[in-house]
Design a protein around this ligand. Structure first.
Ligand SMILES: [Zn+2]
Length: 108
């Protein structure tokens, strides 16, 4: 499995949403690849951080704008794009208020 394929699956891997076969492929790659292991640790840290922030209901217009913006960015390449893609899928359910507010103000 390539770096790219592995990284695309790290979010699902962390959430335990991969099929057993796909999970084993990711685990095998991670055991040999420090780069992807580091990326997994980074995602894990962000996830823990997000879960530590109390979630509030965002105004509907803000959620739509933020998700649209994150999807745009996810189409670009790079670690930030992959992170925002993972984040938009994970955080779309409940937005942590300080982060949603920070992103909202950066888009004005
Ligand atoms: Zn790798």
């Amino acid at each position: 499995m390539s770096h790219r394929q592995t990284r695309q699956q790290l979010g699902d891997f962390l959430e335990g949403e991969l099929a057993p076969e796909a999970r084993q492929k990711v685990e095998r790659h991670l055991s040999d690849c420090a780069t992807c292991s580091d990326e997994l640790e980074g995602l894990r840290g962000v996830r823990a951080l997000l879960r530590g922030i109390p979630a509030v209901e965002p105004p509907p217009y803000l959620a739509d704008r933020v998700v649209a913006r994150l999807r745009e960015q996810a189409e670009q390449r790079g670690p930030l794009a992959r992170l925002t893609q993972w984040w938009s899928e994970t955080a779309a359910v409940a937005w942590p208020a300080p982060i949603a507010a920070a992103i909202g103000s950066s888009m004005r």
